[in-house]
Design a protein around this ligand. Structure first.
Ligand SMILES: NC(=O)c1ccc[n+]([C@@H]2O[C@H](COP(=O)([O-])OP(=O)(O)OC[C@H]3O[C@@H](n4cnc5c(N)ncnc54)[C@H](O)[C@@H]3O)[C@@H](O)[C@H]2O)c1
Length: 356
């Protein structure tokens, strides 16, 4: 068995899950951490028995022992420089979404990974949710015939919306619906997006963040095959379970349809202390003793296997770039109140609030 030296950069919520998953996996030879919060670095390094633990990720670039890195740091403007530095240093890179803030940066990362013959992928973890994979399978094997239209609606809690928009002023399209755009575009391959129309809706986020951040955003995408689909997302649900996420999917085909409830209402915990809660309902998921409820552990192992056995990654970076172009177009459409044709004319696209 070929083992791999692995690094995790940013050991917060997602990086913590990546680190714990890697620490328990036999394909991992050594595990290195970079984290700027000293107390968190110490806590997670002790928990997983890290081979090395540093504050400055650049100290990991020259370590020969490291072949692959998971970049899970925030704010999101760290993604491009970190991925660029690790790809330039010859390491395989798994990067949490978003791939970058500008299309030109995404192009540079893709070019570097190709030039240095490295694996490079983006964390669209919902692909490892079996319900989502089932929708794609039902299209690929012909069960529901030719796809006719699709809808995905996702909402997350207000506290998570505030956490995200407290660190970077990106839209719900860029930070949340990005997963569902990835998913539908993955289902509809090889069709490509041709036109995007979006509207943003303002409620509580603008007042609480002091920035032009929408509560919800709706996006209609027309594909070059003629099909259109709708993806919507919001991040202002009241507290229920920490980082709760609820999703509804409709995929309609010529021979059948799939209606998928991923609203996590199947397990109800009711306690005197917190009242009713819906556990195991976050997007990345959580460890439950010897098991894992959610997609992120399987996604982490898939990348390890891709590196160790030289297999394809799940999300091609070119696909993530296409998703990025769609959510940038969505933000432009909402700003202009007009549909936006793809491809975008300038590769220097930025999301709405970032550009403002
Ligand atoms: N796939 C999913 O389901 C999913 C869910 C949530 C978040 N995400 C993505 O994952 C990324 C991480 O999100 P999170 O919720 O885990 O964030 P987080 O804020 O909980 O963790 C980020 C960590 O990065 C650390 N950090 C900041 N600057 C650093 C630096 N220069 N070097 C090393 N560490 C640094 C922070 O101290 C923090 O501990 C985000 O970009 C987000 O878009 C994906």
């Amino acid at each position: 068995m070929k083992q791999v030296g692995v690094a995790i950069v940013g050991t917060g919520w997602c990086g913590g899950i990546r680190a714990e998953t890697c620490a328990a996996h036999p394909l991992v030879k050594s595990l290195h951490l970079a984290e700027v919060r000293a107390e968190r670095l110490e806590e997670i390094a002790r928990k997983i028995g890290a081979s090395s633990a540093v504050a400055d990720y650049r100290k990991l670039l020259e370590k020969k022992d490291i072949e692959a890195v998971f970049i899970s740091a925030t704010p999101e403007d760290t993604h491009f420089p970190m991925a660029r530095d690790f790809l330039a240093a010859g390491k395989h890179v798994f990067l949490e979404k978003p791939i970058a803030l500008e299309l030109a940066e995404a192009d540079q990362l893709i070019g570097l990974s190709q030039k240095n013959k490295l694996k490079f992928t983006i964390g669209y973890s919902q692909r490892f949710n079996p319900k989502f994979a089932y929708v794609r399978k039902s299209i690929r094997d012909g069960t529901i015939g030719k796809p006719v239209s699709a809808l995905v609606s996702r909402h997350i809690t207000r506290s998570l919306g505030k956490k995200i928009s407290g660190r970077i002023k990106l839209s719900p399209a860029a930070m949340e619906s990005t997963h569902d755009l990835d998913f539908v575009l993955w289902c509809l391959e090889p069709a490509r997006p041709a036109r995007v129309y979006s509207q943003t809706n303002y409620g509580v986020m603008q007042a609480s963040t002091g920035a032009p951040i929408a509560d919800t955003q709706w996006i209609m995408v027309t594909m070059d095959s003629g099909l259109s689909f709708v993806v919507g997302g919001g991040w202002t649900l009241p507290p229920g379970y920490p980082n709760f996420s609820t999703t509804w999917i409709e995929m309609v085909g010529t021979e059948g349809a799939l209606l998928v409830d991923d609203s996590h209402k199947d397990v109800v915990l009711n306690t005197m202390k917190t009242g009713m809660q819906l556990p195991m309902s976050t997007m990345p998921g959580e460890f439950v003793e010897h098991t894992y409820a959610g997609p992120m552990a399987a996604e982490t192992v898939h990348f390890l296997e891709a590196v160790a056995y030289d297999r394809p990654v799940m999300v091609a970076p070119e696909h993530a770039r296409m998703v990025m172009e769609v959510y940038i177009a969505a933000d432009l459409s909402a700003e202009r109140n007009l549909p936006v044709d793809l491809p975008l004319k300038s590769a220097k696209g930025k999301s709405l609030e970032k550009a403002a």
